[in-house]
Design a protein around this ligand. Structure first.
Ligand SMILES: CC(C)(COP(=O)(O)OP(=O)(O)OC[C@H]1O[C@@H](n2cnc3c(N)ncnc32)[C@H](O)[C@@H]1OP(=O)(O)O)[C@@H](O)C(=O)NCCC(=O)NCCS
Length: 176
């Protein structure tokens, strides 16, 4: 697995993935994301990254700085954090270890910035499978929060716990 920046050539695929039932189910009240407008726009508070297995795109990771992200989705929030959104594009690629590989690399990327103290995630309270996925990666439950109509569980991984777990990560094989 590797992560690379999304380009305009990925827009059609990103739009198609956004229409998949399992993606919509994870964020049902969010309107369609303007991939065509946002992918080419370079901003300091966001990275849109494609997860590839070999040369094949399998999913997307969006990393933001929640304190400076322009819509202020996270509201009042401390500096020096990162927030991640992640999904696998095709149903057939769910549960094959790709998400774990993508998240591991996304966390390494976040914590490579020495100012970053923790990474946060906001699965729906009902998205128990995603919560289990995050817990296995080392996130822990932080608080329950409502965003608009969405009842969410905020999970967090601190730099200390990432540093403590990192050696084990290197031994985690990608499942097939
Ligand atoms: C969450 C997600 C990114 C994990 O990636 P993945 O490649 O499927 O995960 P892995 O194969 O590395 O790990 C397997 C675990 O992922 C989770 N998972 C698998 N399918 C899932 C699905 N449809 N929805 C949510 N989580 C799922 C489960 O915890 C699973 O473990 P389990 O088999 O013991 O239940 C991916 O499943 C996905 O895109 N889900 C739908 C969108 C979503 O819920 N995104 C998170 C929003 S906060």
């Amino acid at each position: 697995m590797r992560l690379r920046p999304a380009t305009s050539a990925d827009v059609a695929l990103l739009e198609a993935w956004s229409g998949k039932d399992h993606v919509i189910a994870s964020a049902p009240t969010e309107g369609p994301f303007d991939w065509a407008g946002e992918v080419p726009r370079s901003v300091p508070w966001r990275e849109i990254l494609i997860g590839e297995e070999g040369a094949r795109p399998v999913g997307v990771v969006v990393i933001i700085d929640p304190a400076t992200e322009e819509t202020h989705y996270w509201g009042e929030i401390a500096p020096d954090l990162r927030a991640i959104d992640i999904w696998i594009g095709e149903e057939a690629d769910l549960g094959r270890g790709y998400g774990t590989g993508m998240m591991r690399q996304a966390l390494a990327r976040c914590f490579a910035d020495s100012s970053v103290t923790a990474v946060i995630i906001d699965p729906l309270a009902t998205n128990v499978r995603a919560q289990r996925f995050y817990e296995r990666i080392g996130f822990t439950f932080f608080e329950r929060r409502t965003f608009g109509e969405d009842d969410c569980f905020i999970y967090r991984i601190t730099r200390e716990s990432w540093d403590a777990q990192k050696p084990g990560y290197e031994n985690l094989a990608v499942r097939r």
